[in-house]
Design a binder for this molecule. Structure first.
Ligand code: FE
Ligand code: FE
Ligand code: ZN
Length: 276
């Protein structure tokens, strides 16, 4: 069975997200650990977590994906902002231990002119400070479109980070179809070759999740504007090949398309119908 879900608001807690997911025939979901613009997280409601875990087990929700606030920048030139990113992610990881065995995705960051090497060094330093052997969460680097000075614009940059993390078995990668397309990987005409390249540079065993998005822009545009499935430059045929590709079989797929709940329900139905 296809594991597919979408990004949901976490404002009403875990159980509410689980119920919303089931209502749109999703069997996983993604959520922000706190306000995406940063700031303090609400106190963790342990009753809500306990109720959610029972509900998830009964309703076939296996893995879920937590997403760090996208405003964090682990490789900022400002020491205070780097420190804020580290403390926020450390706190997120502590909270995610209440729902063990899931993944925590983050945007590597923007080097803001300091250069990729400096960016990679800051990001891997931070990971080396926050990861512990006890953590039961896998931390994912997201493939980025390369807008501005984003680190992670190609597979090599992610590999550079992974190579420098000591507890590297705690690390994985989340592939965003819009981002890799905008980053110049032609998943429309050369999906096999792109996945071969991912395997050669990073290793497919590192791939833990896929963000399934269409893109408003052309191959290599470095823009990062998501489109509804079938309404962008990637198109429904190519996205159908993605969910059916044997190298990606068993992975969870997350929609981050510009939709309300009914739109997500429609896209999930569409991809389930197209899943062979
Ligand atoms: Fe993201
Ligand atoms: Fe994404
Ligand atoms: Zn994006």
């Amino acid at each position: 069975m296809l594991t597919i879900g979408c990004h949901l608001s976490s404002s009403k807690g875990y159980l509410a997200m689980g119920k919303t997911a089931v209502s749109i025939d999703a069997n996983t979901f993604q959520f922000f650990t706190r306000n995406p613009r940063g700031g303090n997280a609400k106190a963790l409601d342990e009753t809500d977590v306990k109720d959610y875990l029972a509900y998830a087990a009964q309703n076939g929700i296996n893995h879920i994906l937590a997403h760090a606030p996208y405003t964090l920048n682990a490789c900022s030139a400002d020491e205070h902002l780097r420190d804020f990113a580290r403390r926020t992610m450390e706190d997120d990881l502590r909270r995610l231990e209440f729902t063990p065995g899931n993944c925590y995705n983050f945007h590597p960051g923007s080097h803001v002119g300091q250069g990729v090497e400096t960016g990679v060094a800051y990001i891997s330093d931070m990971l080396n400070q926050i990861l512990t052997p006890q953590h039961q969460t896998t931390v994912l680097l997201e493939t980025m479109s390369g807008k501005g000075s984003e680190v992670g614009r190609n597979f090599e940059e992610l590999r550079e980070i992974l190579d420098r993390v000591q507890l590297s078995d705690k690390m994985g990668v989340c592939l965003d179809t819009c981002h890799v397309w905008d980053g110049g990987y032609d998943i429309v005409n050369h999906l096999d070759e792109v996945l071969d390249e991912f395997d050669r540079v990073i290793g497919l065993k590192r791939l833990k999740a896929v963000h399934l998005n269409d893109s408003m822009n052309d191959l290599g545009s470095h823009k990062d504007r998501h489109a509804k499935l079938g309404e962008g430059k990637i198109g429904l045929e190519a996205l159908t090949r993605v969910v059916n590709h044997p190298a990606l079989s068993g992975l969870p797929f997350y929609l981050e398309t510009p939709n309300e709940l009914d739109g997500y329900a429609r896209e999930i139905r569409m991809m389930r119908e197209r899943y062979l």
